[in-house]
Design a protein around this ligand. Structure first.
Ligand code: KIV
Length: 274
C-alpha cells in the first residue's frame, strides 16, 4: 500500500456502501507474500491480533503488542494494491479511554499505511469509536466473542444464546451508531447474527455467525489447513497445507540423510554456467 501505487484501494465508505450487496470477502494476513495472495480475492485484509497465536505461538491474543501489529502491518501493506487494509488494535492499547485509543490508532495508521483499525467491544467502547471516527480514523467494530476478553468470558464460547442475545444486539447497535463502518460478529448464533445484520445499516462481517451476514472473515492459516490439531466448527478447510508441508519436510530430511540431496543439478562446477 505505497503512496506511489496508482491502483486504488477500497475505502471504508466503499465497504459501508456494500451493505446488503455481494458478500464482502475478508481474510487475515500477517506477511507480504500472504498479502499478495489474498489481495487478488479479498475486499478487506485484516492484520488480526490472531498473529500472536498463529505466527508467534502465544496462548492467546493478550500478549500481542503495538510493535508486533506495526511490524506485521507494514509487511502486509507492501503486498496489497486493492483490498482495504484494517489493523487490529492490540489488547491494552485502547481500553483506558478515547485519548489513549486515538494515540495508538493514529500510530497504527501512520506507521503501517492501513486505512482503518478494528477494536473489540460493544456498548462500553461506543464512546471511543465515536471519538476516533470524529477525528478521521475509520473503525471496524467487533462484538460477540471478543477474544481479548477471554478471561472475563471464561473461554472461547458462543455469545448471545437465550437471554444473552439482547446484550449482543445492544453491543452491535451501539458500535454501529457510534460510527463504525462495519461490525465483526464472532461466534454468535445464526438467527441472532441474521437479525443483527437486518437491523444495522452498516455491513456485518461474520466469523462463526451466519451466511446471512454481509461478509465473512476467516484466519487465513485456518482455512488453508496449516494446523493439523486446530479444527474449529466455524472453519471450512479449503486446503491441507499443514499436512502437505509436513510431507515435504519429511521427504527433504530423508533425502539429506540418504545423500540424495543435493543432486548434480543443484551443485556448481568449476566452470561458469555449470
Ligand atoms: O484477530 C483476528 O484474526 C480477528 C478475526 C478472526 C476477526 O479478529
Amino acid at each position: 500500500m505505497s503512496a506511489t501505487s496508482d491502483q486504488r484501494h477500497l475505502t471504508p465508505p466503499d465497504i459501508r456502501a456494500r451493505k446488503g450487496g455481494t458478500p464482502l470477502v475478508t481474510l487475515t494476513a500477517y506477511t507480504t507474500p500472504m498479502a499478495r495472495l489474498v489481495d487478488a480475492h479479498c475486499d478487506i485484509v485484516l492484520v488480526g491480533d490472531s498473529v500472536g497465536m498463529v505466527l508467534h505461538g502465544l496462548p492467546s491474543t493478550l500478549g500481542v503488542t503495538m510493535e508486533m501489529m506495526i511490524l506485521h502491518g507494514q509487511a502486509v501493506a507492501r503486498g496489497l494494491s486493492r483490498a482495504l487494509m484494517v489493523v487490529d488494535m492490540p489488547f491494552a492499547s485502547y481500553e483506558e479511554g478515547a485519548a489513549q485509543a486515538f494515540r495508538n490508532a493514529a500510530r497504527l495508521i501512520a506507521e503501517t499505511g492501513a486505512a482503518a483499525v478494528k477494536l473489540e467491544g460493544g456498548a462500553h467502547m461506543a464512546e471511543t469509536v465515536a471519538f476516533l471516527t470524529a477525528r478521521g480514523i475509520p473503525v471496524m467494530g467487533h462484538v460477540g466473542l471478543t477474544p481479548q476478553a477471554v478471561n472475563q468470558l471464561g473461554g472461547y464460547r458462543v455469545q448471545g444464546r437465550g437471554a444473552d442475545a439482547e446484550r449482543i444486539r445492544h453491543d452491535a447497535v451501539a458500535v454501529a451508531e457510534a460510527g463504525a463502518f462495519a461490525v465483526v460478529l464472532e461466534k454468535v448464533p445464526d438467527a441472532l447474527a441474521r437479525e443483527i445484520t437486518q437491523g444495522l445499516d452498516v455491513p456485518t462481517i461474520g466469523i462463526g455467525a451466519s451466511a446471512d451476514c454481509d461478509g465473512q472473515v476467516l484466519v487465513v492459516d485456518d482455512m488453508l489447513g496449516m494446523f493439523t490439531e486446530f479444527r474449529p466448527k466455524f472453519v471450512r478447510r479449503y486446503a491441507e497445507l499443514g499436512g502437505e508441508a509436513d510431507r515435504a519436510i519429511a521427504a527433504y530430511a530423508e533425502d539429506v540423510r540418504a545423500r540424495r540431496f543435493p543432486a548434480p543439478e543443484h551443485v556448481f562446477g568449476e566452470e561458469p554456467g555449470k
